[in-house]
Design a protein around this ligand. Structure first.
Ligand code: ADP
Ligand code: ZN
Length: 648
């Protein structure tokens, strides 16, 4: 059979029926008689998933959400980043008649979201303040003519009388309220315009609404329900795990070298983010990484706005760009193929850590959350906290958060379990994809070492920092030791059974676990706390973490391994990456909009050379096949010939 339309391929995947975009709704085309005619049956969500998006199966709970909304019901969807929220409204918008209106505060992302949909053959558009009047007018015309299936709109534009009037005259499929936590005044992303969205319910009572967010806590969820009038909505709460992210936290020895080894062995060509605490460090690290041959761009609030924008754009549009940034970077960055997030400094809380590391691997492909930290980091954060201006209650809360963060660093069991537990998720068995699971951490009886460390701090008057205390323990007659007469202390030279790195590990753990605290003078002197008493008296056994020795090679299964190829496959991977980049540049879109990493990987693995084979690749639907199928198949054939020649 043959269609005289844009779709001319036959499929092999089971259960697939050809559908075709006709005006405002997907019509299913019956395949029985050999005649090509469109019946009036509306396409099934699964058909759209396969033919338009090129994916085989729904993820949990996409199918249920989609069914709820297709049936006209409201839904509240709480799903982690990368979980697949977009399909939850995109598919119902295509199944139901009329336009699906997506409300989002992230104006900067709309352009890319719409480009991605257009690549899939979906009639999409956006309305926000970046458009000129004639562009707005044109889109309004298209809306009136029923030519648009998905409309992205900023909340303030939606609430204008002009927009509401237009909406009253057209057929609406649904309202999707993305980033729904923006209605919450407790959250940090509060947008007052979001409060106005309650009128959707009042003015368009028959249009189903789906609110979506990745923010899980109960208070925020309650606020979303109250403020948006979603009491009757079905709630879909997903676990918060990001199984494709591998968590690794290592003692800092030489942070830059450690980072370099990590990149060299695991992410030599990948896009990633390196977080640092200060602006100066951001600039130093970016300059150093550039000198090492990486495309590394600084980003912090002190840089001119145009430069920040330019760096962000390059990160989104070019392949393999590394952003070195303070926490100022990340909000509203929706790049799916960030392969690693590295921390050279410790975040202040687990909330910050989870949010920052969560920017890795949105596409579900393997990614790394990698961090090095040492005793100085712990001391610095404790100092910053104690010297901050907040009142006691505020400081107590901050201290609690920092302790939780340090707890994650010092833990000897599965990190993922600990993280999920902190966020109130049921963690299940150990994950097998964090450093503690991959290389079990040993502990040792550090009671005696702790006694020496503590008495060294005590005997020297609790006026010195960690470096000096280690010198005393190791019996080094430095100028400072001699100046203060510390060569006469009983503990002088008593710690020679451990080396400097090991002593740093002991002190770090003592500070992290609250046996030592830091003075507020800013000099980093270590002071004993009440908690030390039983340790000094020998009444408490202290099990310390045995920090693994630094290794040149990466440990365990790295994230990179699953995207790296050898020999001919590596050559094909590079060839297809270049092709993707070239196509992306021609259209001024980010490379992942052409094909995501997973799709490219499958193209290398399966090397499809027919349309049928091509359609079996994840992420290749009808429109992508038509646009890029031939180009990529030609490249694959070319590659095969090249390699055949080589074998002869
Ligand atoms: P979120 O908005 O929840 O962060 P997205 O909607 O951007 O997540 O989806 C994350 C990634 O997962 C995207 O690359 C998307 O194409 C992919 N994805 C979503 N659902 C599926 C599915 N059912 N099968 C395969 N890939 C999917
Ligand atoms: Zn684990």
């Amino acid at each position: 059979m043959n269609f005289t339309g844009t779709i001319t391929t036959t499929r092999v995947r089971q259960g697939k029926r050809d559908t075709k975009l006709l005006g405002n709704t997907y019509m299913q085309i019956s395949q029985g008689s050999g005649e090509s005619h469109a019946s009036q049956t509306i396409a099934e969500p699964l058909d759209i998933l396969r033919q338009t998006f090129g994916y085989e199966q729904f993820r949990d709970p996409q199918a249920e959400v989609i069914q709820t909304v297709c049936d006209g019901g409201d839904a509240l969807v709480i799903m982690p980043t990368g979980g697949g929220k977009s399909l939850c409204y995109q598919i119902p918008a295509l199944v139901r008649g009329g336009v699906g209106v997506v409300i989002s505060p992230l104006i900067a992302l709309m352009q890319d979201q719409v480009s991605a949909l257009k690549q899939l053959g979906v009639a999409a558009a956006f309305l926000n303040s970046t458009l000129a009047n004639d562009q707005i007018w044109q889109i309004e015309q298209q809306l009136s003519n029923g030519e648009i299936d998905l409309l992205y709109i900023a909340p303030e534009r939606l609430l204008q009388t002009r927009t509401l009037n237009l909406f009253r005259q057209i057929n609406l499929a649904l309202f999707a309220i993305d980033e729904a936590h923006c209605v919450s005044q407790w959250g940090h992303d509060f947008r007052s315009d979001y409060l106005g969205l309650s009128i959707l319910h009042e003015q368009f009572p028959s249009v189903p609404r789906v609110a979506l967010t990745a923010t899980a806590d109960e208070r925020t969820r309650g606020e979303i329900v109250n403020r948006l009038g979603l009491a009757g909505a079905r709630q879909f709460l997903c676990g918060f795990d990001r199984p494709n992210i591998q968590y690794r936290i290592t003692q800092k020895n030489n942070a830059r070298q450690q980072l370099l080894q990590f990149l060299k062995h695991e992410h030599s060509e990948d896009a990633g983010i390196v977080y640092c605490l200060s602006r100066k460090k951001v600039e130093d690290v970016a300059a150093w990484m550039s000198a090492e041959g990486y495309t590394a761009l600084p980003y912090h609030a002190g840089l001119p706005a145009e430069q920040r924008q330019a760096h962000q754009d390059r990160f989104l549009r070019e392949d393999g760009v590394i952003i070195v940034a303070t926490v100022a970077f990340g909000m509203g960055i929706d790049k799916p193929d960030v392969r690693f997030v590295a921390h050279l400094d410790l975040p202040k809380s687990l909330e910050a850590y989870y949010q920052e590391t969560g920017r890795a691997g949105r596409d579900g492909q393997p990614a790394n959350a990698w961090m090095v930290y040492g005793v100085q980091d712990v001391i610095k954060l404790r100092q910053m906290l104690e010297m901050s201006n907040g009142d006691d209650q505020h400081k107590r809360a901050e201290r609690h958060k920092l302790d939780a963060m340090l707890g994650l660093c010092e833990i000897t069991t599965c990190r993922r379990q600990a993280l999920l537990h902190y966020f109130g998720d049921d963690a299940g068995a150990s994950c097998g994809n964090c450093d503690a699971c991959l290389i079990p951490i040993e502990t040792w009886d550090g009671s005696e070492a702790a006694q020496k460390a503590l008495s060294c701090a005590y005997r020297s008057g609790q006026k010195f920092g960690v470096n000096h205390l280690i010198d005393v323990l190791l019996g080094k007659s430095t100028d400072k030791v001699l100046q203060f007469g510390h060569q006469n202390l009983g503990v002088f030279g008593l710690g020679e059974s451990l080396d400097t790195t090991q002593w740093r590990s002991v002190f770090r753990q003592l500070v992290a676990r609250g046996y030592l605290t830091v003075d507020v003078s800013g000099f980093g002197s270590l002071i004993l706390t009440e908690k030390c008493r039983p340790v000094l008296k020998g009444e408490e056994t202290l099990h310390l973490r045995k920090d693994p020795k630094p290794q040149r090679k990466s440990r365990g299964k790295s994230a990179r391994e699953s995207i790296s190829f050898t020999g001919g496959d590596e050559a094909l991977w590079q060839k297809l990456r270049r092709l993707r980049k070239q196509l992306a540049e021609e259209q001024s879109v980010p490379p992942y909009i052409i094909f995501g990493d997973q799709t490219l990987k499958e193209l290398v693995t399966y090397q499809p050379i027919t349309s049928t084979q091509m359609l079996n690749i994840n992420g290749v639907g009808d429109a992508k096949l038509e646009r890029y199928g031939d180009t990529f198949m030609e490249a694959i054939r070319e590659h095969q010939v090249d390699y055949l020649d080589r074998d002869l």
